[in-house]
Design a protein around this ligand. Structure first.
Ligand SMILES: Cc1cc2nc3c(=O)[nH]c(=O)nc-3n(C[C@H](O)[C@H](O)[C@H](O)COP(=O)(O)OP(=O)(O)OC[C@H]3O[C@@H](n4cnc5c(N)ncnc54)[C@H](O)[C@@H]3O)c2cc1C
Length: 478
Protein backbone atom coordinates (compact mmCIF):
# COMPACT_ATOMS: atom_id res chain seq x y z
CA UNK A 1 0.00 0.00 0.00
CA UNK A 2 1.61 3.28 -1.00
CA UNK A 3 1.74 6.22 1.31
CA UNK A 4 -0.77 9.02 0.98
CA UNK A 5 0.96 12.22 -0.01
CA UNK A 6 -0.22 15.69 0.80
CA UNK A 7 0.21 17.30 -2.57
CA UNK A 8 -0.37 20.83 -3.61
CA UNK A 9 -1.18 21.76 -7.13
CA UNK A 10 2.40 22.16 -8.07
CA UNK A 11 5.73 20.47 -8.33
CA UNK A 12 6.83 17.66 -6.10
CA UNK A 13 10.51 17.02 -5.93
CA UNK A 14 11.41 13.40 -5.69
CA UNK A 15 14.06 12.74 -3.07
CA UNK A 16 15.82 10.12 -5.13
CA UNK A 17 16.10 12.00 -8.38
CA UNK A 18 16.93 15.48 -9.53
CA UNK A 19 14.06 15.50 -12.05
CA UNK A 20 10.84 17.04 -10.77
CA UNK A 21 7.42 15.72 -11.63
CA UNK A 22 4.04 17.30 -11.24
CA UNK A 23 0.91 16.45 -9.38
CA UNK A 24 -2.08 18.47 -8.36
CA UNK A 25 -5.78 19.06 -8.80
CA UNK A 26 -8.73 21.10 -7.71
CA UNK A 27 -10.57 18.31 -5.93
CA UNK A 28 -10.60 14.57 -5.36
CA UNK A 29 -12.17 13.86 -8.72
CA UNK A 30 -10.15 16.45 -10.52
CA UNK A 31 -6.71 15.01 -10.81
CA UNK A 32 -4.25 16.70 -13.07
CA UNK A 33 -3.19 13.58 -14.86
CA UNK A 34 0.31 13.51 -13.62
CA UNK A 35 3.14 11.98 -15.46
CA UNK A 36 6.67 12.47 -14.26
CA UNK A 37 8.66 14.56 -16.62
CA UNK A 38 11.22 11.93 -17.24
CA UNK A 39 10.69 9.01 -14.90
CA UNK A 40 7.98 6.42 -15.40
CA UNK A 41 8.31 4.88 -11.94
CA UNK A 42 7.01 7.94 -10.18
CA UNK A 43 3.57 8.09 -11.76
CA UNK A 44 0.58 9.11 -9.66
CA UNK A 45 -1.71 6.11 -9.58
CA UNK A 46 -5.01 7.40 -8.25
CA UNK A 47 -6.87 10.12 -6.45
CA UNK A 48 -8.99 9.13 -3.48
CA UNK A 49 -12.62 10.12 -3.55
CA UNK A 50 -13.19 10.09 0.21
CA UNK A 51 -10.22 12.19 1.17
CA UNK A 52 -10.02 15.96 1.14
CA UNK A 53 -8.96 17.66 -2.08
CA UNK A 54 -5.34 17.39 -3.14
CA UNK A 55 -4.61 14.10 -1.46
CA UNK A 56 -3.31 11.47 -3.76
CA UNK A 57 -1.83 8.03 -3.71
CA UNK A 58 1.61 8.26 -5.08
CA UNK A 59 3.73 5.33 -6.14
CA UNK A 60 6.88 7.20 -5.17
CA UNK A 61 6.61 6.95 -1.39
CA UNK A 62 9.71 9.06 -0.95
CA UNK A 63 8.29 12.05 -2.78
CA UNK A 64 8.02 15.23 -0.78
CA UNK A 65 6.93 18.76 -1.37
CA UNK A 66 9.69 21.19 -2.17
CA UNK A 67 8.24 24.60 -1.28
CA UNK A 68 11.07 26.41 -3.06
CA UNK A 69 10.44 24.86 -6.45
CA UNK A 70 8.86 27.22 -8.95
CA UNK A 71 5.13 26.59 -9.33
CA UNK A 72 3.97 25.59 -12.79
CA UNK A 73 1.63 27.98 -14.54
CA UNK A 74 -2.06 27.12 -14.65
CA UNK A 75 -3.00 27.49 -18.29
CA UNK A 76 -6.48 27.53 -19.82
CA UNK A 77 -6.64 27.09 -23.58
CA UNK A 78 -9.95 27.85 -25.26
CA UNK A 79 -10.42 25.68 -28.36
CA UNK A 80 -9.08 22.25 -29.28
CA UNK A 81 -8.35 22.92 -32.93
CA UNK A 82 -4.85 22.67 -34.37
CA UNK A 83 -3.79 25.88 -32.59
CA UNK A 84 -5.17 24.92 -29.17
CA UNK A 85 -3.66 21.45 -29.18
CA UNK A 86 -0.31 22.75 -30.42
CA UNK A 87 -0.22 25.22 -27.53
CA UNK A 88 -1.10 22.45 -25.09
CA UNK A 89 1.89 20.44 -26.34
CA UNK A 90 4.29 23.37 -26.06
CA UNK A 91 3.25 24.28 -22.52
CA UNK A 92 2.85 20.80 -21.00
CA UNK A 93 6.39 20.07 -22.09
CA UNK A 94 7.50 22.91 -19.81
CA UNK A 95 5.72 21.33 -16.86
CA UNK A 96 2.79 23.74 -16.86
CA UNK A 97 -0.69 22.53 -15.89
CA UNK A 98 -2.76 22.84 -19.03
CA UNK A 99 -6.44 22.36 -19.59
CA UNK A 100 -8.14 22.74 -22.96
CA UNK A 101 -11.80 23.72 -23.10
CA UNK A 102 -13.62 22.78 -26.28
CA UNK A 103 -17.21 23.65 -27.04
CA UNK A 104 -17.86 20.62 -29.29
CA UNK A 105 -19.03 17.43 -27.65
CA UNK A 106 -16.93 15.31 -29.96
CA UNK A 107 -13.86 17.01 -31.33
CA UNK A 108 -13.00 15.77 -34.79
CA UNK A 109 -11.41 17.76 -37.55
CA UNK A 110 -13.55 18.14 -40.62
CA UNK A 111 -13.03 15.64 -43.38
CA UNK A 112 -10.62 17.54 -45.56
CA UNK A 113 -6.96 17.73 -46.43
CA UNK A 114 -4.31 20.11 -45.16
CA UNK A 115 -0.82 20.99 -46.30
CA UNK A 116 1.64 20.79 -43.41
CA UNK A 117 4.51 22.86 -44.68
CA UNK A 118 8.11 22.61 -43.55
CA UNK A 119 7.95 25.64 -41.29
CA UNK A 120 5.26 23.87 -39.26
CA UNK A 121 6.99 20.47 -39.43
CA UNK A 122 10.11 22.01 -37.91
CA UNK A 123 8.12 22.93 -34.79
CA UNK A 124 6.28 19.62 -34.66
CA UNK A 125 9.56 17.73 -34.86
CA UNK A 126 10.93 19.78 -31.98
CA UNK A 127 8.03 18.32 -29.96
CA UNK A 128 8.61 14.70 -30.97
CA UNK A 129 6.33 14.31 -33.97
CA UNK A 130 6.22 10.78 -35.36
CA UNK A 131 6.17 11.74 -39.00
CA UNK A 132 4.68 8.42 -40.15
CA UNK A 133 1.58 9.15 -38.06
CA UNK A 134 0.70 12.01 -40.39
CA UNK A 135 0.50 9.59 -43.35
CA UNK A 136 1.55 12.53 -45.50
CA UNK A 137 2.17 12.65 -49.23
CA UNK A 138 5.26 14.63 -50.24
CA UNK A 139 4.39 18.22 -51.16
CA UNK A 140 7.19 19.30 -53.50
CA UNK A 141 5.34 21.84 -55.56
CA UNK A 142 2.32 22.51 -57.71
CA UNK A 143 1.31 21.69 -61.24
CA UNK A 144 -1.07 24.29 -62.59
CA UNK A 145 -3.29 23.56 -65.55
CA UNK A 146 -5.17 25.70 -67.99
CA UNK A 147 -8.72 24.80 -67.08
CA UNK A 148 -9.95 24.78 -70.68
CA UNK A 149 -7.11 23.16 -72.63
CA UNK A 150 -5.85 20.93 -69.82
CA UNK A 151 -2.20 21.92 -70.48
CA UNK A 152 -0.06 21.85 -67.37
CA UNK A 153 2.98 23.71 -66.03
CA UNK A 154 4.83 22.15 -63.10
CA UNK A 155 6.31 24.52 -60.57
CA UNK A 156 8.82 22.82 -58.34
CA UNK A 157 9.45 24.90 -55.28
CA UNK A 158 11.22 22.57 -52.96
CA UNK A 159 13.92 24.70 -51.35
CA UNK A 160 17.47 23.42 -51.83
CA UNK A 161 18.22 22.56 -48.20
CA UNK A 162 14.87 20.99 -47.55
CA UNK A 163 15.34 17.70 -49.33
CA UNK A 164 15.27 15.89 -46.02
CA UNK A 165 12.35 17.84 -44.71
CA UNK A 166 9.58 18.05 -47.25
CA UNK A 167 6.20 19.59 -46.72
CA UNK A 168 3.40 17.04 -46.47
CA UNK A 169 -0.15 16.77 -47.70
CA UNK A 170 -2.28 15.17 -45.01
CA UNK A 171 -5.77 14.40 -43.84
CA UNK A 172 -6.73 16.86 -41.10
CA UNK A 173 -7.82 14.07 -38.79
CA UNK A 174 -4.37 12.47 -38.96
CA UNK A 175 -2.75 15.80 -38.03
CA UNK A 176 -5.26 16.38 -35.27
CA UNK A 177 -4.80 12.86 -33.88
CA UNK A 178 -1.03 13.27 -33.74
CA UNK A 179 -1.37 16.63 -31.98
CA UNK A 180 -3.82 15.05 -29.55
CA UNK A 181 -1.34 12.24 -28.81
CA UNK A 182 1.41 14.75 -28.09
CA UNK A 183 -0.87 16.98 -25.99
CA UNK A 184 -2.80 14.57 -23.79
CA UNK A 185 -0.87 11.31 -24.09
CA UNK A 186 0.78 9.97 -20.96
CA UNK A 187 4.05 9.59 -22.80
CA UNK A 188 6.09 12.71 -23.29
CA UNK A 189 7.46 15.48 -21.17
CA UNK A 190 5.44 17.27 -18.52
CA UNK A 191 1.96 16.51 -17.24
CA UNK A 192 -0.47 15.61 -20.01
CA UNK A 193 -2.92 18.37 -20.85
CA UNK A 194 -6.53 17.72 -19.90
CA UNK A 195 -9.14 18.07 -22.62
CA UNK A 196 -12.70 18.98 -21.62
CA UNK A 197 -15.28 18.58 -24.36
CA UNK A 198 -18.68 20.25 -24.35
CA UNK A 199 -17.34 23.25 -22.40
CA UNK A 200 -18.32 26.53 -24.01
CA UNK A 201 -16.48 29.62 -22.84
CA UNK A 202 -18.70 32.72 -22.84
CA UNK A 203 -16.50 35.37 -21.26
CA UNK A 204 -12.96 36.17 -20.27
CA UNK A 205 -11.38 38.69 -17.96
CA UNK A 206 -7.91 39.02 -19.53
CA UNK A 207 -6.43 41.20 -16.81
CA UNK A 208 -6.62 38.45 -14.21
CA UNK A 209 -6.84 35.37 -16.43
CA UNK A 210 -10.38 34.37 -15.53
CA UNK A 211 -12.82 32.71 -17.89
CA UNK A 212 -16.52 32.01 -17.51
CA UNK A 213 -18.20 28.94 -18.95
CA UNK A 214 -21.75 28.75 -20.28
CA UNK A 215 -22.86 26.80 -17.22
CA UNK A 216 -21.62 29.64 -15.00
CA UNK A 217 -18.43 27.99 -13.80
CA UNK A 218 -15.52 30.40 -13.39
CA UNK A 219 -11.96 29.22 -13.89
CA UNK A 220 -8.91 31.18 -12.74
CA UNK A 221 -5.63 30.73 -14.56
CA UNK A 222 -2.23 32.36 -14.87
CA UNK A 223 -2.56 32.31 -18.65
CA UNK A 224 -5.54 32.14 -21.02
CA UNK A 225 -4.95 31.31 -24.68
CA UNK A 226 -7.72 32.17 -27.12
CA UNK A 227 -7.36 29.49 -29.79
CA UNK A 228 -11.08 29.65 -30.44
CA UNK A 229 -10.98 30.34 -34.14
CA UNK A 230 -12.77 32.69 -36.50
CA UNK A 231 -15.57 33.73 -34.13
CA UNK A 232 -13.33 33.99 -31.06
CA UNK A 233 -14.92 35.07 -27.81
CA UNK A 234 -11.51 35.68 -26.23
CA UNK A 235 -10.77 38.16 -29.03
CA UNK A 236 -13.76 40.22 -27.92
CA UNK A 237 -12.46 40.28 -24.35
CA UNK A 238 -8.93 41.22 -25.36
CA UNK A 239 -9.95 43.95 -27.79
CA UNK A 240 -12.82 45.21 -25.64
CA UNK A 241 -15.21 45.10 -28.60
CA UNK A 242 -16.58 42.59 -31.10
CA UNK A 243 -14.42 42.23 -34.19
CA UNK A 244 -16.14 40.04 -36.75
CA UNK A 245 -14.45 38.44 -39.75
CA UNK A 246 -16.43 39.80 -42.70
CA UNK A 247 -17.47 37.58 -45.59
CA UNK A 248 -14.77 37.65 -48.26
CA UNK A 249 -17.22 36.92 -51.07
CA UNK A 250 -15.56 33.52 -51.61
CA UNK A 251 -16.82 30.13 -50.55
CA UNK A 252 -15.42 26.71 -51.25
CA UNK A 253 -16.58 23.15 -51.62
CA UNK A 254 -14.39 20.62 -49.83
CA UNK A 255 -14.58 16.92 -50.38
CA UNK A 256 -12.53 13.77 -50.05
CA UNK A 257 -12.69 11.02 -52.61
CA UNK A 258 -11.43 7.46 -52.27
CA UNK A 259 -8.39 7.32 -54.61
CA UNK A 260 -9.39 3.86 -55.81
CA UNK A 261 -12.23 5.59 -57.65
CA UNK A 262 -9.64 6.96 -60.07
CA UNK A 263 -10.03 3.64 -61.87
CA UNK A 264 -13.54 4.73 -62.78
CA UNK A 265 -12.12 7.52 -64.93
CA UNK A 266 -9.29 5.56 -66.53
CA UNK A 267 -10.76 6.03 -69.96
CA UNK A 268 -10.40 9.80 -69.57
CA UNK A 269 -6.78 9.55 -68.34
CA UNK A 270 -5.86 10.29 -64.75
CA UNK A 271 -2.12 10.52 -65.41
CA UNK A 272 -2.19 14.31 -65.19
CA UNK A 273 -3.19 13.76 -61.55
CA UNK A 274 -1.12 10.77 -60.52
CA UNK A 275 2.15 11.22 -62.45
CA UNK A 276 4.88 13.85 -62.29
CA UNK A 277 5.65 16.30 -59.53
CA UNK A 278 4.39 15.11 -56.14
CA UNK A 279 2.17 17.80 -54.71
CA UNK A 280 -0.85 19.88 -55.59
CA UNK A 281 -2.73 20.17 -58.86
CA UNK A 282 -4.23 23.61 -59.41
CA UNK A 283 -6.55 24.94 -62.08
CA UNK A 284 -6.23 28.44 -63.41
CA UNK A 285 -9.69 29.55 -64.37
CA UNK A 286 -9.85 32.71 -66.42
CA UNK A 287 -12.20 35.38 -65.13
CA UNK A 288 -15.62 35.60 -66.74
CA UNK A 289 -17.99 34.02 -64.28
CA UNK A 290 -16.23 35.44 -61.26
CA UNK A 291 -13.06 34.12 -59.64
CA UNK A 292 -12.86 30.36 -59.35
CA UNK A 293 -10.03 28.06 -58.43
CA UNK A 294 -9.66 24.31 -57.88
CA UNK A 295 -6.91 22.64 -55.84
CA UNK A 296 -6.59 18.85 -55.70
CA UNK A 297 -4.11 16.54 -54.04
CA UNK A 298 -3.54 13.07 -52.68
CA UNK A 299 -3.29 12.61 -48.93
CA UNK A 300 -3.42 9.82 -46.30
CA UNK A 301 -0.61 7.80 -47.89
CA UNK A 302 -2.13 8.36 -51.31
CA UNK A 303 -5.45 6.67 -50.51
CA UNK A 304 -7.61 9.79 -50.55
CA UNK A 305 -8.00 12.70 -52.95
CA UNK A 306 -8.66 16.11 -51.42
CA UNK A 307 -10.67 18.52 -53.57
CA UNK A 308 -11.06 22.23 -52.79
CA UNK A 309 -13.14 24.26 -55.21
CA UNK A 310 -13.24 27.99 -54.47
CA UNK A 311 -15.77 30.28 -56.14
CA UNK A 312 -17.16 33.80 -55.85
CA UNK A 313 -20.29 33.51 -53.70
CA UNK A 314 -22.53 36.58 -53.40
CA UNK A 315 -24.89 34.78 -50.98
CA UNK A 316 -22.65 34.40 -47.93
CA UNK A 317 -24.68 36.68 -45.70
CA UNK A 318 -28.07 35.26 -46.74
CA UNK A 319 -29.84 33.63 -43.79
CA UNK A 320 -30.54 30.51 -45.88
CA UNK A 321 -26.85 30.00 -46.82
CA UNK A 322 -26.15 26.30 -46.41
CA UNK A 323 -22.89 24.67 -45.23
CA UNK A 324 -23.58 21.67 -47.44
CA UNK A 325 -23.68 21.53 -51.21
CA UNK A 326 -24.44 18.93 -53.82
CA UNK A 327 -22.43 17.44 -56.66
CA UNK A 328 -24.89 18.99 -59.11
CA UNK A 329 -24.24 22.46 -57.70
CA UNK A 330 -20.47 21.92 -57.81
CA UNK A 331 -20.57 20.74 -61.41
CA UNK A 332 -22.87 23.61 -62.40
CA UNK A 333 -20.49 26.24 -60.99
CA UNK A 334 -17.44 24.60 -62.60
CA UNK A 335 -19.24 23.42 -65.77
CA UNK A 336 -16.72 24.90 -68.23
CA UNK A 337 -13.66 22.92 -67.09
CA UNK A 338 -11.85 20.51 -69.39
CA UNK A 339 -13.59 17.07 -69.23
CA UNK A 340 -10.64 15.43 -67.45
CA UNK A 341 -11.05 17.82 -64.54
CA UNK A 342 -14.83 17.50 -64.48
CA UNK A 343 -14.42 13.72 -64.39
CA UNK A 344 -12.42 14.01 -61.17
CA UNK A 345 -14.76 16.54 -59.55
CA UNK A 346 -17.75 14.36 -60.37
CA UNK A 347 -16.33 11.57 -58.19
CA UNK A 348 -17.20 13.66 -55.11
CA UNK A 349 -19.76 12.02 -52.88
CA UNK A 350 -22.62 14.20 -51.76
CA UNK A 351 -23.37 16.00 -49.55
CA UNK A 352 -20.24 18.09 -50.03
CA UNK A 353 -19.04 20.44 -47.30
CA UNK A 354 -19.34 24.09 -48.16
CA UNK A 355 -17.09 26.51 -46.33
CA UNK A 356 -17.28 30.29 -46.10
CA UNK A 357 -13.94 32.01 -46.46
CA UNK A 358 -13.75 34.98 -44.13
CA UNK A 359 -10.91 37.36 -43.45
CA UNK A 360 -10.19 39.17 -40.20
CA UNK A 361 -9.00 42.75 -40.51
CA UNK A 362 -5.56 43.26 -38.98
CA UNK A 363 -6.05 43.49 -35.22
CA UNK A 364 -4.50 46.28 -33.13
CA UNK A 365 -3.65 43.86 -30.42
CA UNK A 366 -3.34 40.11 -29.74
CA UNK A 367 -2.75 40.29 -26.01
CA UNK A 368 -4.02 41.82 -22.78
CA UNK A 369 -2.90 41.09 -19.25
CA UNK A 370 -2.84 37.32 -18.85
CA UNK A 371 -4.53 36.45 -22.16
CA UNK A 372 -3.38 36.09 -25.76
CA UNK A 373 -4.81 35.13 -29.14
CA UNK A 374 -3.37 32.50 -31.41
CA UNK A 375 -4.25 30.95 -34.79
CA UNK A 376 -7.41 31.92 -36.65
CA UNK A 377 -8.64 33.90 -33.63
CA UNK A 378 -5.77 36.31 -34.36
CA UNK A 379 -5.37 36.22 -38.15
CA UNK A 380 -8.01 34.17 -40.02
CA UNK A 381 -7.53 34.67 -43.73
CA UNK A 382 -8.01 33.06 -47.14
CA UNK A 383 -6.22 29.73 -47.70
CA UNK A 384 -4.17 31.11 -50.62
CA UNK A 385 -0.82 30.43 -48.95
CA UNK A 386 -1.94 27.34 -47.02
CA UNK A 387 -0.29 28.72 -43.89
CA UNK A 388 -3.13 29.31 -41.38
CA UNK A 389 -2.61 26.19 -39.30
CA UNK A 390 1.17 26.38 -39.80
CA UNK A 391 1.21 29.83 -38.23
CA UNK A 392 -0.83 28.57 -35.27
CA UNK A 393 1.76 25.81 -34.73
CA UNK A 394 4.63 28.30 -35.00
CA UNK A 395 2.91 30.62 -32.51
CA UNK A 396 2.48 27.75 -30.06
CA UNK A 397 6.17 26.92 -30.50
CA UNK A 398 7.11 30.51 -29.69
CA UNK A 399 4.94 30.53 -26.55
CA UNK A 400 6.71 27.38 -25.41
CA UNK A 401 10.08 29.15 -25.67
CA UNK A 402 8.88 32.32 -23.95
CA UNK A 403 7.17 30.54 -21.04
CA UNK A 404 9.69 27.96 -19.89
CA UNK A 405 9.55 25.96 -16.69
CA UNK A 406 9.90 28.34 -13.78
CA UNK A 407 7.96 31.22 -15.36
CA UNK A 408 6.01 32.94 -12.60
CA UNK A 409 2.48 34.30 -12.84
CA UNK A 410 3.77 37.86 -12.60
CA UNK A 411 6.07 37.23 -15.59
CA UNK A 412 3.18 36.36 -17.88
CA UNK A 413 2.11 39.82 -19.14
CA UNK A 414 5.71 40.68 -20.12
CA UNK A 415 6.17 37.35 -21.91
CA UNK A 416 2.95 37.94 -23.83
CA UNK A 417 4.28 41.34 -24.90
CA UNK A 418 7.29 39.49 -26.25
CA UNK A 419 5.00 36.97 -27.98
CA UNK A 420 3.17 39.78 -29.72
CA UNK A 421 6.37 41.56 -30.75
CA UNK A 422 7.81 38.36 -32.12
CA UNK A 423 4.79 36.90 -33.84
CA UNK A 424 2.31 39.59 -34.88
CA UNK A 425 4.24 41.00 -37.87
CA UNK A 426 4.35 37.51 -39.42
CA UNK A 427 0.68 36.83 -38.68
CA UNK A 428 -0.29 40.18 -40.18
CA UNK A 429 1.87 39.52 -43.26
CA UNK A 430 0.20 36.16 -43.98
CA UNK A 431 -3.25 37.62 -43.34
CA UNK A 432 -2.76 40.44 -45.91
CA UNK A 433 -0.68 38.54 -48.43
CA UNK A 434 -3.18 35.66 -48.61
CA UNK A 435 -5.96 38.14 -49.30
CA UNK A 436 -4.03 40.15 -51.88
CA UNK A 437 -2.71 37.09 -53.71
CA UNK A 438 -6.32 35.97 -54.19
CA UNK A 439 -7.94 39.29 -55.01
CA UNK A 440 -5.34 41.39 -56.85
CA UNK A 441 -4.94 39.96 -60.37
CA UNK A 442 -1.29 41.05 -60.58
CA UNK A 443 -0.42 39.08 -57.42
CA UNK A 444 -2.36 35.89 -58.23
CA UNK A 445 -0.23 32.79 -57.82
CA UNK A 446 2.74 34.83 -56.55
CA UNK A 447 3.49 32.28 -53.82
CA UNK A 448 4.27 29.68 -56.46
CA UNK A 449 6.44 32.07 -58.49
CA UNK A 450 8.30 34.04 -55.88
CA UNK A 451 11.34 32.58 -54.10
CA UNK A 452 11.24 35.57 -51.80
CA UNK A 453 7.75 34.72 -50.53
CA UNK A 454 8.59 31.00 -50.28
CA UNK A 455 11.81 31.70 -48.38
CA UNK A 456 10.05 34.00 -45.94
CA UNK A 457 7.36 31.43 -45.20
CA UNK A 458 9.16 28.11 -45.42
CA UNK A 459 12.66 28.81 -44.13
CA UNK A 460 11.33 30.36 -40.94
CA UNK A 461 12.41 28.60 -37.77
CA UNK A 462 9.93 29.70 -35.10
CA UNK A 463 11.64 27.82 -32.27
CA UNK A 464 15.09 29.20 -33.01
CA UNK A 465 13.78 32.76 -33.34
CA UNK A 466 11.87 32.58 -30.07
CA UNK A 467 14.76 30.94 -28.22
CA UNK A 468 17.11 33.70 -29.39
CA UNK A 469 14.58 36.35 -28.39
CA UNK A 470 14.17 34.75 -24.96
CA UNK A 471 17.92 34.57 -24.43
CA UNK A 472 18.36 38.20 -25.44
CA UNK A 473 15.62 39.69 -23.27
CA UNK A 474 14.92 37.19 -20.49
CA UNK A 475 17.91 34.87 -20.40
CA UNK A 476 20.24 34.70 -17.46
CA UNK A 477 22.50 37.38 -18.88
CA UNK A 478 19.61 39.78 -19.64
C1 LIG B 1 -10.16 25.60 -47.54
C2 LIG B 1 -9.09 25.78 -46.52
C3 LIG B 1 -7.85 25.19 -46.72
C4 LIG B 1 -6.82 25.39 -45.80
N1 LIG B 1 -5.61 24.81 -46.03
C5 LIG B 1 -4.61 25.00 -45.15
C6 LIG B 1 -3.34 24.37 -45.37
O1 LIG B 1 -3.15 23.66 -46.35
N2 LIG B 1 -2.35 24.58 -44.45
C7 LIG B 1 -2.55 25.37 -43.34
O2 LIG B 1 -1.60 25.52 -42.55
N3 LIG B 1 -3.74 25.97 -43.11
C8 LIG B 1 -4.77 25.80 -43.98
N4 LIG B 1 -5.98 26.38 -43.76
C9 LIG B 1 -6.16 27.21 -42.56
C10 LIG B 1 -6.38 26.35 -41.33
O3 LIG B 1 -7.41 25.41 -41.56
C11 LIG B 1 -6.76 27.21 -40.14
O4 LIG B 1 -5.93 28.34 -40.09
C12 LIG B 1 -6.57 26.43 -38.84
O5 LIG B 1 -7.31 25.23 -38.87
C13 LIG B 1 -7.00 27.28 -37.66
O6 LIG B 1 -6.84 26.53 -36.47
P1 LIG B 1 -7.28 27.16 -35.09
O7 LIG B 1 -6.97 26.12 -34.06
O8 LIG B 1 -6.73 28.52 -34.93
O9 LIG B 1 -8.87 27.36 -35.20
P2 LIG B 1 -10.03 26.29 -35.37
O10 LIG B 1 -9.59 25.11 -36.14
O11 LIG B 1 -11.20 27.05 -35.89
O12 LIG B 1 -10.33 25.79 -33.89
C14 LIG B 1 -11.03 26.59 -32.97
C15 LIG B 1 -11.66 25.66 -31.94
O13 LIG B 1 -12.23 26.44 -30.89
C16 LIG B 1 -13.49 25.91 -30.53
N5 LIG B 1 -14.25 27.00 -29.96
C17 LIG B 1 -14.73 28.09 -30.60
N6 LIG B 1 -15.36 28.91 -29.74
C18 LIG B 1 -15.28 28.32 -28.52
C19 LIG B 1 -15.74 28.68 -27.22
N7 LIG B 1 -16.42 29.83 -27.01
N8 LIG B 1 -15.49 27.85 -26.17
C20 LIG B 1 -14.78 26.68 -26.36
N9 LIG B 1 -14.33 26.29 -27.58
C21 LIG B 1 -14.56 27.10 -28.64
C22 LIG B 1 -14.04 25.40 -31.86
O14 LIG B 1 -15.07 24.43 -31.68
C23 LIG B 1 -12.81 24.82 -32.51
O15 LIG B 1 -12.61 23.47 -32.17
C24 LIG B 1 -7.03 26.21 -44.65
C25 LIG B 1 -8.29 26.78 -44.43
C26 LIG B 1 -9.31 26.58 -45.35
C27 LIG B 1 -10.64 27.21 -45.10
Amino acid sequence: MPNVQHARSGPVQSSNTASPFWIGGQGPDDLWIATPCHIKDHAIVASISDLPPRLFFCRDTTAMINEDSPQPLKVTIVGAGIGGLATAIALRRNGHLVQVLETSEIKTEIGAGIGVQVNALRVLEHWGLVRENLKGVSYDGITTFDSKTGDGVARRWLLPDMDQNRSLLCHRKDVHDELMRLAVGVEGEGPPARLHLGRRVVDCSPEDGTITLKDGEIIHADLVIGADGLHSIIRTSILGHVQTAPASGYSCFRSLVDASKLREIDDIDAEWFTEGLSGMRGLQIKEGEGYRMVVMYLCRSGTLINLVSIYADPHQDNPDWSPVGTREELLRIFHDLHPKFLALLSLSDTPILRWQLRVLPLLDNWIRGHAALLGDAAHATLPTLGQGAALAIEEAGALGCLLPRGTRREDVPGRLEAYQTLRKPRGDYVNREALEQATEPVKRGLYFRSHEVQDYLLRHNAIKDAQEYYEKYFGSGA
